[in-house]
Design a protein. Sequence first.
Lengths: 334, 334
Amino acid sequence: MSKLGETGLWELADYLASDMQVCNRVIIDRMRSSVPLISQLVTHLVTAGGKRLRPMLTLAAARLCGHALSEGQLRRAEIAACVEFIHTATLLHDDVVDESRVRRGLASANAVFGNKASILVGDFLFARLFQMLTIDGSLDVMMILSDASAALAEGEVMQMTTQNDLSTSIDQYLQVIQGKTAVLFAAACEAGAVVGDASAEQRAALRAYGNNLGMAFQLVDDALDYVAEQDVLGKEIGDDFREGKVTLPVLIAYERGNNEDRLFWRKAIENGQQEEGDFANALQRMLATKAIEVTLARAEDYAEKARKALQIFPYSVLKDLLYKAVDYSVKRQN
Amino acid sequence: MSKLGETGLWELADYLASDMQVCNRVIIDRMRSSVPLISQLVTHLVTAGGKRLRPMLTLAAARLCGHALSEGQLRRAEIAACVEFIHTATLLHDDVVDESRVRRGLASANAVFGNKASILVGDFLFARLFQMLTIDGSLDVMMILSDASAALAEGEVMQMTTQNDLSTSIDQYLQVIQGKTAVLFAAACEAGAVVGDASAEQRAALRAYGNNLGMAFQLVDDALDYVAEQDVLGKEIGDDFREGKVTLPVLIAYERGNNEDRLFWRKAIENGQQEEGDFANALQRMLATKAIEVTLARAEDYAEKARKALQIFPYSVLKDLLYKAVDYSVKRQN
């Protein structure tokens, strides 16, 4: 829980502690394989941990729809673990695609075990969650998570094609983050709702909550890649800049910049010609154009939509904690 | 069909022509995405084609169990397409892992579109077939194909860890090819049997047929990587050797070789020190130790088991063609 202690999520984690304990056990159990290298790599992943925000959303959604703590706890945990597996498999492949060296404050799996192992273990995890969902047997949940997985892959490909391209529109950028992040947040919540026997209205509300939370979360992520403190972020600050990723802060700084700004961005992002000091330079230009502020304001818009989506639920401690998760997603430092 | 014309599979393909036409249409339809790069890459894959042996097995198994041509043709084709998608996604990731430049006689997808696109489109195809299976709704078929996918990933990881390792035992090698090849052949046949409403006995027989056919197929593949003619093989001859893959021909040549042979193999396979002419040198040492012959004899053993598995079925033209598919798998040149 140490990673959560630093965030505003600890209260939600505390509320869900019993469920999360079961879920973590399921994650460790189901990641296991008789092939030693797979076990070694997943041990590395489990050690690195992470916030486990997505499975928490699944558990919270099921509980919010009326599941008592003891009602179907193992099943809830299995589905939450499946959601985390989609996320983990995606991270493994992302880190290969992005050539990242650091993830969650530790050396990334590809840095330790190589690209090949990361690709294949990502595939293994994806196949494994597909087995788990088959055993669970709910076609509804399968539909939600398979649709999310396809949209996720499409979002990642779309992101790849907008890389280094400053003619990317803000709409295209929003489509990318919808696919690569918001879709899985939405699916995590909706799958939880289905497990919790939600009404159609509750299910749609929780999907909307997850989707808007995910949009806010990713916008803040893209801002943090420029303004976070390295040792708090848990990955390398400036990664997006170095990779020429076209995120909202960049698009705004480019759009609002003067000729000199535009020349700088084209050289650094489109041509990938970066010199020592260019990251600090980029940050200065973002502050001058209020690119970070505008990005965070957009995140706040989505956060507000996420809060509104919860209106149909009566007051409860858990609902309050889901509001706080929204606050966390826009105010977090890592 | 041109690729099949060269092989002994053309009769089976001919028998299944109507089914395969529907299946190919399903493959093209379902591979589609609104993301342009995905469509471009899958068009490249569809153009490259391939033998489509695995989906043919699914279709043949369903028909052998009594499905009439018109009975559930679309469903049969959908499941066969899912089997091909697992294979295609695996090839995409394999080519990245192996850094292959040629596949099915064309530049490999990673050579044309880059590793990133190949990884992500592989993920997309896997998610897509998971969607298709969910729509189909058979938990039996899902179980067969998700189990196969997990075993496949495990087989690939195992192969990776035996790479460059001449202390790999023949049993370990057989476990690797079971996972990376035979499991999907077995699943292709078993899924077809389920679609064709097979009895438990028929289902088990077809699974055994597929498994043994797959073992024979891969053993021959591993031999062909040394003795095939480049322009017939459709991929680069000697790939396994250059990558230091420890296949049965290598294990036998090493085991039966004299001291000088062993020094050669250790240098070339374990240390990866290869000079011009080493591939021809390797081939000479294989011929001297009868390593290719022994490998092909092993393949024939599995082929015989595959034939025996079909005994429970009464005579039919299709059964005869499945025998011919076994003959093809051990006698093929590519």
